[in-house]
Write a protein that binds this ligand. Structure first.
Ligand SMILES: NC(=O)c1ccc[n+]([C@@H]2O[C@H](COP(=O)([O-])OP(=O)(O)OC[C@H]3O[C@@H](n4cnc5c(N)ncnc54)[C@H](OP(=O)(O)O)[C@@H]3O)[C@@H](O)[C@H]2O)c1
Length: 252
């Protein structure tokens, strides 16, 4: 029987307090991984999640950091290594939220914040955690992108610019570290139903675009992350994997 077994692996999930991050953390822990639960402002949520993971029998550490700040990310790295050892897997999931509007109306600061939490998170997380993966000759970098990167619909410009920039960093990284046995992949969720964001308000025009005719669930995103974290994905790297029911279909 094939199963996803992450026992003995240590994973860092950034934005673990968020809607998708906490389900990713639980899923990776259910697969056997020890988890560094990263938060930014929501320490209490992170503490509660870490307790849940410990109750499952895993080691879990709460780390607080600004993923766009070099010193903060490296302090997080040091704390994780001290308590849990060098991580085998990093999941770059955190993102800063802002109000979406047109290019003509969007605050310039919103572009900078998306650049920092998407592009610079990718760069800083790689600099902090990938060297040890290269040395170990095994590692998984998983980043959370979005279907929006391929849609480029109105009002998404700051978000899409950050996520497309991040895509560039990660595809290059995949080529640079591939020879050392480290894979670098992106999961691109659709508009996802999660604990605090239900699906009742979904307009029909959106559903009409989705091949599977529905919105996905947080668990379906986490399942893709768990697969990419595991040995089952050993020959996949540099991939942008849409988990959006066929709303976007990258061309070949
Ligand atoms: N939800 C969806 O439908 C959807 C669809 C497509 C793609 N995605 C992608 O999936 C990922 C997760 O989205 P989500 O909806 O779960 O997000 P979310 O609920 O808004 O959570 C965002 C997370 O990022 C953290 N964060 C924000 N700014 C930060 C900073 N400067 N430094 C460090 N951490 C920071 C937050 O930490 P605190 O809470 O501790 O402050 C929180 O844990 C994102 O990359 C997003 O682009 C989501």
């Amino acid at each position: 029987m094939i199963s996803i077994d992450l026992s003995g692996k240590t994973v860092v999930v950034t934005g673990a307090t968020g809607e998708l991050g906490r389900v990713m953390s639980r899923t990776l822990a259910k697969a056997g991984a020890d988890v560094a639960v990263h938060c930014h402002a929501n320490r209490a949520k992170a503490d509660a999640l870490a307790k849940e993971l410990r109750d499952m029998g895993r080691r879990a550490l709460v780390v607080q950091a600004d993923v766009a700040d070099h010193d903060s990310v490296f302090a997080m790295r040091d704390a994780v290594v001290k308590e849990l050892g060098q991580p085998h897997v990093i999941v770059n999931n955190a993102v800063s939220q802002y109000a979406w509007t047109t290019v003509l109306e969007q605050n310039e600061a919103d572009y900078e914040s998306q650049f920092r939490t998407c592009v610079m998170q990718s760069v800083l997380m790689a600099k902090a955690f990938v060297p040890a993966m290269v040395e170990r000759k095994w590692g998984r970098v998983i980043a959370i992108n979005t279907e929006c990167s391929m849609q480029c619909w109105p009002n998404q410009s700051a978000y899409v610019s950050g996520k497309r920039g991040m895509d560039g960093v990660l595809r290059v990284l995949a080529r640079e570290v591939g020879p050392s046995g480290v894979t670098v992949n992106q999961v691109a969720p659709g508009w996802t139903i999660s604990e605090n964001r239900g699906g009742d308000d979904t307009p029909q025009w959106y559903l009409d675009r989705v091949a599977l005719g529905r919105r996905g669930f947080d668990q379906e995103i986490a399942n893709a992350v768990a697969f990419l974290a595991s040995d089952l994905s050993s020959f996949i790297t540099g991939a942008y994997v849409p988990v959006c029911g066929g709303n976007v279909m990258p061309a070949i």
